[in-house]
Design a protein around this ligand. Structure first.
Ligand code: ZN
Length: 330
């Protein structure tokens, strides 16, 4: 018995050491800048809107010195420190200018996985910040967002537009489905029914909840200056109809679509892009977010991003990307 315990303890220790050494960096592949330079989104300077990409699905939209944040995540801890909650999370003001996130009026969260909301603390000095998400995610994050106004999205009921305090931004939730991670399995797909008393620390506490995409409008005197479709998952038939209906009434300027690799998203993006005909098609969630902050940007080894971007072009979709922590003026 004792022999067995010692044997398994040593095995576990060796596995942990192996994981620590590996830090899952093999998942990512360094980008050769020249291979993607034609696909980097350029500033147009037309609308006084500044868009900042944080990597993964994290975006900050700035307008009139106010911001809306979508999927607040940028710290990219390695999977080992995420499992054992030893990650030292970097502060955002070491990575981008304070003025890009000093007056956040609204935050949307697509779902509860850590790579979509772990860094929410950086955006909450302002109690008026409205948090929009599914009930389970609001319960999961409740220790951090106690003082904030929360808007709970009901997945099966068609929701109306949700406005920030002075109507600079409004969002329309669109129910989505999370694509499986590997072989039809979606990790951490639970739901919270009760508020967590502490901010999640361990990997398994980041339960998915329900998944939502958002139309995000930038407003001036009650008219829409710019419309983003921030799509963070697969559309259901019903939600795709809702998306198309809304973007017929007022065109969509930017379709920001999640992109993991060709097999998972290519056909959906081509189809939705054809329907919406946005001015800009931007791909997000293409970068490796495992232990990859303050290091050269990587994409996932399972894709060949430069080749796949070329492939979009051949299919009449001018897909663009932004580098993490860069901004464009739209
Ligand atoms: Zn997820």
């Amino acid at each position: 018995m004792l022999k067995k315990i010692i044997k398994y303890s040593i095995l576990t220790l060796l596995t942990l050491l192996f994981l620590a050494g590996l830090k899952i960096e093999l998942i990512g592949k360094k980008i050769e800048p020249s291979s993607i330079e034609n696909y980097i989104l350029k500033s147009e300077n037309k609308n006084k809107i500044r868009l900042t990409f944080l990597g993964t699905s994290g975006f900050i939209i700035n307008y009139n010195n106010k911001q809306i944040v979508c999927d607040p995540f940028f710290s990219n801890p390695n999977i080992y420190s995420t499992i054992f909650s030893t990650a030292k999370l970097p502060k955002l003001n070491n990575l981008i200018a304070d003025s890009l996130f000093d007056n956040v009026s609204m935050i949307t969260i697509s779902h509860g996985h850590y790579d979509h909301c772990m860094d929410i603390q950086n955006f909450l000095p302002n109690e008026n910040t409205k948090i929009v998400s599914d009930k389970s995610n609001l319960l999961m994050l409740s220790s951090e967002i106690q003082k904030n106004q929360k808007v709970e999205i009901k997945h099966d009921i068609e929701t109306d537009w949700i406005y920030d305090q002075d109507s600079t931004f409004r969002v329309l939730p669109i129910a989505s489905v999370h694509a499986p991670h590997i072989a039809n399995i979606t990790f951490l797909d639970g739901i919270y029914e009760k508020a967590l008393t502490e901010f999640p620390q361990k990997l398994w506490q980041w339960k998915m909840g329900k998944c939502n995409s958002f139309l995000v409008d930038v407003l001036q005197d009650d008219s829409v200056v710019y419309r983003f479709a921030m799509l963070g998952g697969k559309m259901t038939e019903k939600s795709e109809k809702l998306l198309i209906k809304n973007c017929k009434e007022r065109n969509c300027n930017m379709l920001a679509h999640i992109y993991w690799n060709k097999d998972r998203n290519f056909d959906d993006i081509i189809r939705i892009n054809q329907q919406l005909k946005p001015d800009v098609l931007l791909l997000h969630h293409w970068n490796s977010f495992f232990g990859n902050v303050n290091k050269p940007v990587q994409y996932f080894r399972t894709t060949n991003l430069p080749e796949e971007l070329k492939n979009f072009k051949m299919n009449h979709a001018d897909a663009k990307i932004m580098m993490p922590f860069s901004s464009v003026d739209l």
